[in-house]
Structures are given as structure tokens and as C-alpha cells.
Design a protein. Structure first.
Length: 316
């Protein structure tokens, strides 16, 4: 059984005191699994409200945190298909790492970090009443300044070295109109800052390994020449996602949620000290070089296209 109650107060603790009047049992924050922040509050600023969750002894600092459009209570009222409550649903999705996974501790560290920017996963109630995590809310200082969608979030996770689940589908350039889908095995990202002749440059070095999980084409994925071409397409797809993400974060929102500030501070402390107070203006000027390398490790359980006569297989 799930009960949803609402109370309004001057502060979170004030609201909790009013909420306690509606229950015969003591409200225990140690059971708290998730924190949902409404879009209106997110745009006004969340710093003074988050303070409660870091200060109050019973409040778990590892509770997963989300932003939603509309009111947070709408998310809590939604009943998921599998879990007992929307809180369990949100927590389990955060653990699956289908998007960003941010605890209260992570949020506090981002807000107090060098870039003074933060990002939180976006959760919403769909028309059918179901919940979904779709994209990321972007904060500059403690105020939400925009949102990126689910696909662009993958580029963000790649740069932050937090990507764990990802499906990439490509259409081979020649010989077919169909597609091949890949499942991410593992990935690692390294940020390499450089200051050269007054220019600030960040090299994003990505190495990713993938398995083929679906081949709609007639391409023989045991052919090394074909595999090399597909690996290059994977690299270009990753680079494209990151470029689109950078266009939004650098040029439109001017919010560094990528870890660039920390990387430059660590590598060039003297130069950093001269620009740290104007990082919001410096971040959009940084030149970003992307070096991605993709490896296709396995073709799946089938070595040749299924249901295709051998004479029609390309690359035999």
C-alpha cells in the first residue's frame, strides 16, 4: 500500500512538522529513497533547500535525486507496473544507470565544485500514467538553465566517464539500407587539458568496446575489413553525440557539468586561479578535441547474417 500526503511550509523541516500531524507514526527520513524536485523550484534555485538533506541527521545523503516537470507529487502518485511505488521505480532506474545517477552527496559536490554547475536526471509521468527517466536537467550554480534529451545525455555520460549502458545503432555507408545495433561492453574516458599559446584546449579521449546484438544487413561481420569500417562508424556516432551535447552546454547554457574546470585546475593551477571567477565566460571558449576509438569484440551468437543465402552475404 502506498500513501501520498502533502504539506506546505516555510522550510522543508517546517513542512515535515506539519506533515507529521497527519500520521500517528514518526516520520523517519532514514527510509527516504529518492528526492524529487519540481521544475519551478529548480529554476528558482535549490541550494537553500538541499541544505536540509545534508544537515538533518536522519536524512540519507545517498538518496537519489531527480527533477520533474510540473509538481513532484505527481511523480509520487504514479503507480509503476513492477515496483510497489514510484520511489522504488526511480531508485532502481538510478541503480541501472540508464541515465545520470545522482545522489544528494553527488549534487552537493557538484554545486560546491570548481565549475559551480550541476546535472540531475529528469523523471516524468507519461500520458499513460507511467514513469520514465528521459534526459538531464542542467544547473548553473543552483538554478536550472536547461535540459538535454536522452540521446544527448549519452554523450554527457561518455565525457564524464559514467557511461555503463548504451545501445548504438548505425547504418552501414555502403551496400545496405538496413542497420546494425551494438551493445556497450565497457568504456573509459580521459580528459586531457592543455594551454597552448593562450588557447585552452580539452582533449576527450574515449576507448569503447562493443558487441554486435543485431544485424539486419547482409554484411559478414567476420570480415576484418567490414569490422574496421563499422568501428569507424561507431567512433563517428559517439563523436557526433558529444558535439551536439557540447553545442548545447557550451554555447547555449554555458554550464560546465563535464569536469573541465577540475581538470584544468589540477593541471594548470596558476592559470586556473586567474580565470576561476570568470569560468562561466571561459568555458564556452574552450576548444574541444574528441579522439574516440571503438572496438567490436564479438559478432554475437551468429557469425553470419541469419536467413540470408550464402551467395548473397557481402564480404564472404
Amino acid at each position: 500500500m502506498v500513501i501520498v500526503e502533502k504539506a506546505t511550509g516555510t522550510t522543508i523541516f517546517d513542512a515535515m512538522s506539519l506533515l507529521q500531524e497527519k500520521f500517528s507514526r514518526r516520520i523517519f527520513w532514514g527510509h527516504n529513497q529518492v528526492i524529487i524536485i519540481g521544475e519551478k523550484l529548480a529554476k528558482e534555485g535549490i541550494q537553500k533547500h538541499i541544505d536540509f538533506f545534508a544537515r538533518y541527521p536522519d536524512s540519507p545523503i545517498r538518496a537519489n535525486t531527480f527533477v520533474t516537470d510540473g509538481e513532484a507529487i505527481d511523480v509520487l502518485k504514479a503507480i509503476p507496473d513492477l515496483e510497489r511505488s514510484s520511489a522504488e521505480f526511480a531508485r532502481d532506474l538510478a541503480n541501472l544507470k540508464v541515465g545520470m545517477s545522482v545522489t544528494v552527496k553527488d549534487l552537493l559536490q557538484m554545486l560546491s565544485g570548481e565549475s559551480e554547475a550541476a546535472a540531475l536526471p529528469w523523471i516524468e509521468v507519461e500520458q499513460e500514467g507511467r514513469l520514465s527517466v528521459n534526459g538531464t536537467a542542467v544547473f548553473k550554480k543552483d538554478k536550472m538553465v536547461g535540459r538535454i534529451d536522452d540521446k544527448i545525455t549519452r554523450g554527457l555520460l561518455w565525457v564524464r566517464n559514467e557511461i555503463e549502458l548504451s545501445a548504438v545503432t548505425v547504418k552501414p555507408k555502403k551496400g545496405t539500407e538496413d542497420h546494425i545495433s551494438f551493445n556497450l561492453l565497457r568504456s573509459r574516458t580521459e580528459l586531457i587539458p592543455k594551454i597552448e599559446n593562450g588557447n585552452w584546449i580539452m582533449t576527450v579521449k574515449i576507448v569503447t568496446e562493443d558487441d554486435v546484438v543485431e544485424n539486419e544487413t547482409k554484411l559478414n561481420l567476420m570480415n576484418p575489413r567490414i569490422v574496421k569500417k563499422l568501428e569507424r562508424q561507431l567512433e563517428l556516432e559517439i563523436e557526433q553525440r558529444i558535439r551536439i551535447m557540447l553545442e548545447q552546454l557550451q554555447k547555449e547554457m554555458e554550464a560546465d557539468i563535464l569536469g573541465f574546470a577540475e581538470a584544468f585546475h589540477h593541471q594548470y593551477p596558476d592559470q586556473w586561479s586567474k580565470v576561476k571567477d570568470q569560468w562561466g565566460e571561459k568555458f564556452p571558449e574552450i576548444e574541444v578535441e574528441i579522439k574516440s576509438k571503438a572496438y567490436i569484440r564479438r559478432p554475437g551468437m551468429s557469425t553470419s547474417p541469419q536467413g540470408v543465402p550464402e551467395k548473397e552475404v557481402i564480404g564472404n
